[in-house]
Design a protein around this ligand. Structure first.
Ligand code: ZN
Length: 299
């Protein structure tokens, strides 16, 4: 047990006495200490304390840093692996796009289209060798090339689709077959007119059939004229697009109106003997850009 005793005031005294009383003994030991010495000891203790604190803090920080470093290192490694996997998946996507590009080229050949523009995918390398590092710009580059290839495919497909639609519409618009069943009584071309006896041009085909027999449109189109003409009699004209127009004359009845859409095979009228006609028949004309063509060529 020890006490610190000062002679005089507590903090301003010049000298302090330390009393040491061992347990179970009556002997008291005294140590006189000057204030300066005491202050020196106090200062040393404080310095020592600060130094120890410094060391401890430094140690704690170093140990934290080490832990953080290890964590970041394993995180970086994991991310590198992820980037490598990502790069490999992009390679496989590129390969799939390459197959699509090849298929697209075949379809274009079938559709009689020119070859598509060479895209960035041609000459794509294989997947990365394991262990090699994929860099971010490389990944970005791959994504750009894939995007470019997708754009090209889309444009190409739109083009092919457009062509196919056109072909399909042309096919639907081009007159095909005859408007009714019957006997061809007068062909297309020069003939002696049954009315005047002079040689003149016959712009269509005459098909004889009983009055009332259905007359059908020979292609898809829009009814552009429904008139009663002195020559054609009750006439239906259908506009098919692509320059095609068909005429159906001498009808007894007409079932369609101007502006009506009709399909190939749809009944538009009934055979009759109206206008300049010598018997019940259909006068059928096919015109391309206004020029009469031989309907036989469209059967
Ligand atoms: Zn005729």
């Amino acid at each position: 047990m020890w006490f610190l005793v000062n002679k005089g005031k507590l903090l301003t005294a010049k000298k302090y006495t330390i009393l040491v009383i061992p347990e179970g003994s009556h002997r008291v030991r005294r140590f006189a200490l000057k204030t300066n010495v005491l202050r020196g000891i106090g200062a040393s203790c404080a310095v020592l304390f600060l130094v120890v604190c410094g060391f401890l803090t430094d140690y704690a920080l170093t140990s934290f840093d080490q832990h953080e470093f290890n964590r970041l290192r394993s995180e970086t490694l994991a991310q590198k692996n992820q980037i490598r996997d990502l790069s490999a998946s992009l390679d496989s996507v590129q390969q799939e796009l390459l197959v699509l590009a090849q298929n697209d080229a075949k379809v274009r050949v079938l559709a009689n289209l020119t070859k598509p523009k060479i895209d960035g995918l041609t000459g794509v390398g294989g997947p990365l060798a394991s262990g090699s590092e994929a860099k971010y710009p490389e990944i970005q580059q791959k994504i750009d090339r894939i995007r470019e290839a997708i754009d090209l495919r889309r444009k190409s497909q739109e083009e092919v689709q457009g062509i196919l639609n056109d072909q399909r519409s042309l096919l639907a618009a081009k007159p095909s077959g005859l408007p009714t069943r019957g006997w061809t009584t007068s062909s297309f071309g020069m003939r002696r007119s049954p009315f005047t006896g002079k040689r003149s041009m016959h712009d269509g085909l005459d098909i004889a059939a009983r009055t009332g027999t259905p007359v059908q449109a020979t292609a898809d189109g829009i009814v552009s004229r429904v008139v009663t003409d002195p020559g054609y009699g009750k006439l239906v004209v259908i506009e098919h697009g692509y320059g095609y127009r068909t005429y159906y004359g001498h009808n007894s009845k007409i079932f369609v109106k101007v502006g009506q859409r009709v399909k190939r095979g749809e009944t538009i009228s009934a055979v009759g003997n109206t206008g300049r006609s010598t018997g019940s028949h259909v006068h059928y004309e096919v015109r391309l850009n206004g020029v009469p063509l031989n309907p036989k060529k469209f059967t």
